[in-house]
Ligand binder design. Structure first.
Ligand code: 3QA
Length: 231
């Protein structure tokens, strides 16, 4: 099986490269792809760079160029629902582009013709995550993740996103990866550890917690990979 593991920033994939140690590096489409042989599986690891466009390119390359059959995203996110605290892990059930807006034509936010407001994550991978959470005694959260090309550090915008999409966390890549994977019929799973609360303090919290939250997300994904590899 060929499995893709992606993040957006170097810090988000560093824990994987540290864990696997032994990898080959490929340059493609202005990015680096790291290839690991693991228990008869091939794992392709990359960070896309920030945002919807970059993450779309990387997810497409993972599928088209490297033939990945499943894709996992690991990284950090801003919390939008009050019960999510820094360090908490959230698995996306559905993803939405909060900055996609043709509402002047009467369409709902996040919608364009022939698309859907919400892109759904793969249920089998969510089941595997549930098992890992039980085994590791982790209070894994689930919910809608909202994506847009903006670092959100403003309560008004954050609350608008929470209310408009029933979102629990927000970031800048999940929904574009989801659209890409669903277009190709590739099952995907998106996990984020909270790094900030998308408020006035977001910039400071983000800088402080990027590394530890990235590690927390990666540790969880590595346990999932063992289950996927042994399946
Ligand atoms: C944004 C990163 C992008 O990949 C999305 C982090 C955590 N908190 C967020 C928030 N709003 C939107 N997204 C997020 N990731 C960081 S830009 C800083 C880059 O600095 C999730 C995320 N509140 C690089 C050094 O200059």
């Amino acid at each position: 099986m060929k499995l893709a593991i992606m993040g957006a920033m170097p810090e988000e994939i560093e824990p994987f490269l540290k864990f696997f140690k032994d990898y080959k590096t490929f340059d493609y489409a202005k990015n680096k792809y790291f290839i690991v042989e693991h228990k008869n599986n091939e794992i392709i690891i990359a960070y896309s760079k920030i945002g919807k466009v970059n993450s779309t390119i990387t997810a497409s390359v993972m599928i088209e160029k490297f033939g990945c059959e499943k894709l996992i995203f690991s990284g950090v996110a801003g919390a939008v629902c009050n019960s999510f605290k820094i360090g908490d892990l959230v698995a996306a059930t559905k993803l939405v582009q909060h900055d996609l807006d043709i509402s002047s034509f009467g369409h709902p936010y996040g919608y364009v013709p022939e698309g859907a407001v919400y892109e759904e994550a793969d249920l089998e991978l969510i089941e595997i995550a549930k098992k890992v959470a039980i085994e590791k005694n982790i209070n894994l959260k689930y919910g809608v993740i909202a994506t847009g090309d903006q670092f959100i550090c403003d309560i008004k915008r954050k609350n608008w996103i929470a209310n408009t999409f029933n979102a629990t966390a927000l970031e800048m890549e999940g929904a574009s990866v989801a659209v890409t994977c669903n277009a190709y019929g590739v099952p995907f799973f998106i996990l984020r550890a909270i790094s900030d609360e998308a408020n006035m303090d977001a910039k400071f919290n983000f800088d402080e917690f990027l590394e530890t939250s990235s590690q927390r997300s990666a540790d969880f994904i590595l346990s999932m990979v063992e289950k996927i590899a042994n399946a």
